[in-house]
Structures are given as C-alpha cells and as structure tokens.
Write a protein that binds this ligand. Structure first.
Ligand code: HAM
Length: 425
C-alpha cells in the first residue's frame, strides 16, 4: 500500500501542527487587533459558485465531483466566492462596511512546485462596503503586521502594489484595443512565472496583434508613479486612488514595506482596481499573500453592487521563507512535564499527582505503564520534556516526588505541596 498522501496534499504530524497552530494564532491575533470578525463556510460548494469562465487558471484547477443526488459540487479553491454568497444572502441584515476574516483550507489542482500545493490553508481578511483606499490600507497593514509578528522586517519582504485601472488608462492612452483587457491582465500575471515569449504567444492566440503586444511589454518597463504621472492625465481617478493609498500607508508607518509595481496584476478576473502581493525581497519564492479590490464580484453573483477589498495569505510560502531565513519558529508550548512511575504499585499515586498538576493548567504527559528510570529519561530527553517527575516506592511512602530538571540534569526530592512552585515558579 502506498503510504504517501495524494499528490500535492500534506500530512500534518504533531511537529507540523506546532507551526500550523503558531501561524493560525498569529493570523487570529492580528485579525482581532485589526477589528475583523471570524466567519466560515462549507469546504464544498456548488461548482457554479466558482466557475467564471473568464480564462482564469483557477477555473481549470477546481476539484469538481457529483454527489449522490447528481449535483455538481466543488472543493473550494478560494474563500472569496463563498464570502460573497454569505453576504448576499444576508445583505439586508448586515451593517456595512463590515470586516470579516476566515482561516480555511483550499484545494487547487495545481502543478506541484515550490510554494504551491494542491491543498493549502489560507487566511482571508476582507472589508466589504467601503470605496476609499483606507480599506486597502487596513488589510495591507494587517498582513504586514502578521509578517513582522513572525519576525520579518522590511529587509525581508515588500508589498508590491499595482492598479488595474492605471494599466487600463495607460493602455488606452497608447490606443490599445480595450476589448482584450481581461486577457491582457491574465497573461501579464504570468510574468516571472513563465517565459515572456510564452506570454506573447498567449496574447497572440487571444487575438492581439504583434504591435499591441510590443506596446504592452514596453508599458511593463514603467518603474514608478512619477513616470505614470507624465503619461496619463492627472485627473485619472485610478492614479489618485493609488497615490492616496501610498499616503495612507505612510501614516500607518509602512513606507518601508511598500513599492509600486506596474507588473502586479493578479490572476483572478474579479479584481477591479488596486492589487497587491507580498514577496520576499530576493524574489526566491512565489507570492506570500495577495489581494486587491473587487467591486463587481457581488453584483456578478447576481446581487447588489458593493465595493470590496481583501487578501489571501497562505501557509506554504511563509513556512518555506521562515525556514530559509533560519528564523526560529516560536511555536506554542509542547507538553512540558512528564510523570512516570517505577512499578504498578505507584500508578494510582502518579495519576493523582498528574491530576493535581493538570488542575493548575499545566500540560502534563503521564506514562501509561511502569518503566525503568533509564528508559524514562531517555524517552523524555527525545521528547524534549522540561521536567520529569519520578515516582517510586520511596516517594509514595514519604508523600513526595523526585523531579529531574532536564536542562540542568539536577534531580531533587520535592514535597507534594511544593511541586507547582518547582515546575512553574
Ligand atoms: P490567490 O492569490 O489565488 O488569491 O491566493 C492567495 C494566497 O494563497 C497566495 O498568495 C498564496 O499564499 C496562497 N496560495 C494560493 N494558491 C496556493 C497553492 N496552490 N498552494 C499554496 N498556497 C497557495 C485568492 O485566493 C483571493 N481569493 C484572495 C482574496 C481575498 N482576494 C480578495 N479577498
């Protein structure tokens, strides 16, 4: 029997759960600090919810299956369409702008590669019902704070910010055919992931003439906002929008973390304005997180027109990056105390001591059968226990225990009433 999980899926052994929980705790903590409320949705949705037939990669990557009633269902590749569905179905009762977050597992039938799996966990933060770029600055600030909370600095990563509206304005200025705008966005999102030649081929097969393709690649060489100002009208709402976001992010003290990048376009067709992605400075890894404004998604799903902004932050790239940087993962405490007994006669006494310590909220691992001291210490060493409490005949009689400090190796006899003082001063 093949003991591996299906291709692209992961097992989470206890040591893997330490990191996962540590990251989830950070996501939750920052969500709370930034005023987001948690929500969840089914992992399985009607397949139609995700199908947009816009040529997006994600559309081809959906895991689709039929249930026993013949309904076509899908494992969610992302959370945003479910969020839109939940909001639309309670639109009258909800108060806007609202801020919601979720931590969910997503499935995409991707080619296995660095930073991309067929299953990943994603933290989403979204603000629904706000037009102004202050919504963008709030979600970007939350993501940056997760990164700094994990020990990353502005020397390690940057948030690269682009704007689909600006790209639209520039293409229009260059008299490009705007009917291809969606295809241009989806193709340009591939830059850096596939060869430029392959992107040109994609655009050609979409029907763009060679001259237009050349113009597009020239536009991609723009490096800063000043260059854009010299090309397009100062009254461009998109440009003013972007400038306002940069001003806002300065107020949040995040100037060092952000960069304009005309090449950030995003691979999902629903984005309508500002788009952004977090990258490691060396650009060794895929995007750590990404998001943007999607003002039409709710309307496209048959609902009211509501402005929206959000981002998704996965658990795969950040783990690779932290490992590469050799950053100590400050994972949550493991069970720290072990209680062992030398013969069956001391078992009940050991249970009572274990329960006494557990009542104080201290994580306590109880040996389930008697063992020899040598084996006890060797196991506890491997399990990185902080203290080992040993109970033998002698201890039971005197009503005390032997505690070994596994760091110092010092072993001492401690009265029952003093155990807590010793292990959790
Ligand atoms: P996305 O860029 O497709 O956006 O995914 C967001 C993040 O999820 C990526 O930056 C990456 O960290 C992680 N991710 C995506 N696919 C994979 C994969 N196959 N393996 C590992 N990690 C992955 C969205 O999903 C949007 N719905 C985000 C959003 C929320 N936009 C607005 N609100």
């Amino acid at each position: 029997m093949n003991l591996n999980p299906p291709q692209g899926m992961r097992d989470f052994y206890p040591e893997d759960m330490l990191f996962r929980n540590y990251l989830f705790d950070k996501w939750r903590e920052i969500s709370r600090i930034y005023g987001f409320e948690e929500f969840d949705a089914p992992i399985v949705e009607s397949a139609d919810l995700f199908r947009r037939k816009s040529g997006e990669e994600i559309d081809e990557q959906i895991y689709v299956f039929k249930d026993k009633g013949g309904r076509e269902l899908a494992l969610r590749p992302e959370l945003t369409p479910s969020l839109a569905r939940l909001i639309l179905s309670r639109i009258k009762e909800l108060h806007f702008p609202l801020r919601w977050f979720g931590i969910v597992q997503c499935f995409r039938y991707e080619r296995a590669q660095k930073g991309r799996k067929r299953e990943h966990y994603q933290w989403n933060v979204d603000i629904i019902g706000e037009e102004s770029p202050i919504a963008e600055s709030e979600v970007i600030a939350a993501a940056v704070n997760v990164m700094t909370g994990l020990g990353m600095t502005s020397r390690d990563f940057k948030v690269r910010i682009g704007h689909r509206g600006i790209l639209h304005d520039i293409l229009k200025y260059h008299e490009c055919e705007m009917k291809y705008f969606n295809q241009i966005c989806l193709a340009l999102d591939k830059r850096g992931k596939i060869a430029d030649e392959a992107i040109k081929e994609m655009l050609k097969s979409d029907g763009l003439p060679e001259s237009e393709i050349q113009k597009i690649f020239k536009i991609m060489e723009i490096r800063n906002i000043e260059e854009i100002e010299s090309i397009i009208d100062n009254k461009s709402t998109s440009l003013n929008n972007l400038k306002e976001l940069f001003n806002l992010l300065e107020i949040y003290n995040l100037k060092d973390f952000i960069e304009f990048d005309i090449g950030i376009i995003r691979g999902l067709a629903y984005y309508t304005g500002i788009v952004f992605e977090g990258f490691d400075v060396e650009r060794k890894y895929r995007a750590i997180f990404g998001g943007g404004r999607y003002n039409n998604l709710l309307q496209n799903l048959g609902g009211k027109d509501l402005p929206a902004v959000g981002l998704g932050f996965g658990d795969v790239v950040i783990k690779e990056l932290l490992e590469y940087k050799n950053m100590e993962l400050k994972t949550n405490a493991k069970p720290d105390i072990a209680i062992a007994f030398l013969s069956d006669n001391e078992r009940d006494f050991a249970i009572k001591i274990a329960e006494l310590i557990r009542k104080k909220g201290i994580s306590t691992d109880l040996f389930l059968k008697p063992e020899k001291p040598k084996k006890i210490f060797s196991l506890c060493n491997k399990m990185k226990k902080r203290f080992v409490i040993l109970i033998g005949e002698n201890e039971k009689e005197t009503g005390s225990v032997t505690i070994k400090d596994m760091n110092s190796g010092i072993q001492e006899e401690v009265a029952i009433n003093d155990i807590i003082k010793k292990i959790a001063p």
